[in-house]
Design a protein around this ligand. Structure first.
Ligand code: UT7
Length: 327
């Protein structure tokens, strides 16, 4: 008998305010055609007054609980992946715990930037597999609009705000790749590459700072590292490399750039029809992008119970990784 961390609910929240590419024209030296063709992004959502990472995370969590037919009282732990917590401390996860009215359990944030949700999935899996908790809410939520330099055309057009959440539950499996739940994880980082993507603020500067990115350098690392980590995770899950196309139902990648998504799918020998794509509507929502894509993919009727999914992400650090799970 193997304990598996099985997804029993998914939900998401997107701020009401939708900003089309055209809104950037005239404010900075850019146009819809450049943004679309270089990134695949057409629009993104931005928070309004009063909305924060924790309020969006709570809304996504409530949607996931509803989808699972559970309440906050059924949850033992909350893991929130974010780089844009409301405050330096306490964690945004403890704010969500309070907003959900949870009176027990524990909550903490994970900071691995765009790869944060992959790291959250791996940590939730470890907590469940070791028998420490039965149900974990894992959330990815970001308000990158608060750390964007609106004068920088190379970053300001790329990011969006939002939140997605999954409820994971400990269930018994046979220990094979036919089990539902998380089947394998692969985590990586290389701190020597931190200059490629970072926010130039923090406690050492007394400001929150702005996103700085050498986009084409990150791009170069992304396709290569994402294909490698996805392949490693598939091997660990017992999925034969040559059979991957037949066995994998969906790849659910971090939604940063359609060209990275296409390039990675090609390297994995997977047709783009088997990739859940939301980047056109959400932009890059950092740690929120994978849970948003999972929840939207389920809502669209793409992702169904029993489907074999490969998720992968890369971001600042650089930090990257992949998770294979059966939905
Ligand atoms: O989520 C974390 C991981 N992040 C990513 O995965 C992002 C990875 N990188 C990317 O998605 C792409 O590199 C970008 C979309 C950021 C940029 O696309 P690119 O094809 O790599 O373009 P580039 O950076 O090489 O820039 C090409 C040109 C430059 O002009 P010059 O030097 O050739 O004259 C840029 O200044 O495009 C220019 N440019 C723009 N032009 C119009 C950069 N931003 C803009 C803009 N509008 N917004």
């Amino acid at each position: 008998m193997t304990i598996r961390a099985v997804v029993i609910g998914a939900g998401h929240y997107l701020p009401k305010r939708v900003v089309e590419n055209a809104e950037f024209e005239g404010k900075i030296d850019t146009d819809d055609e450049w943004i679309r063709s270089r990134s695949g992004i057409e629009r993104r959502h931005f928070v309004s007054e009063g909305e924060t990472t924790s309020t969006m995370a709570t809304a996504a969590a409530l949607a996931a609980l509803k989808d699972a037919g559970k309440t906050a009282a059924d949850v033992d732990a909350i893991i929130l992946a974010t780089s844009t917590a409301d405050l330096t401390f306490p964690s945004a996860a403890t704010m969500v715990q309070a907003q959900l009215g949870m009176e027990r359990g524990f909550a903490f944030d994970i900071q691995a930037v765009c790869a944060g949700f992959i790291f959250a999935l791996a940590n939730a899996n470890a907590l469940i597999a070791s028998g420490q908790v039965k149900r974990v809410l894992i959330i990815g939520a970001e308000t990158f609009s608060k750390i964007i330099d609106w004068t920088d055309r190379t970053t300001s057009v790329l990011f969006g705000d939002g939140a997605g959440a999954l409820l994971l539950e400990a269930q018994e499996g046979d220990g094979t790749s036919k089990d539902r739940g998380i089947l394998s994880t692969d985590l990586n980082s290389d701190g020597r590459l931190h200059d490629l993507l970072f926010a130039d603020g923090g406690v050492s500067t007394g400001t929150t700072g702005y996103v700085r990115m050498q986009g084409n350098q990150v791009f170069r690392h992304a396709v290569e590292k994402l294909a490698a980590t996805a392949t490693t995770a598939m091997e660990r899950a017992g999925i034969e490399a040559g059979e991957s196309i037949e066995n994998v139902s969906w790849v659910v990648p971090h939604q940063a750039n359609i060209r990275i998504i296409q390039g990675t799918a090609k390297k994995l020998n997977l047709p783009i029809e088997q990739v859940v794509v939301t980047v056109q509507d959400h932009g890059n929502t950092s740690a929120a992008s994978i849970p948003l894509a999972l929840s939207v993919g389920q809502e669209r009727g793409q992702i169904k119970k029993g489907d074999l999914l490969v998720t992968e992400a890369i971001g600042g650090g650089l930090a990257w990784g992949a998770v294979v799970l059966r939905w």
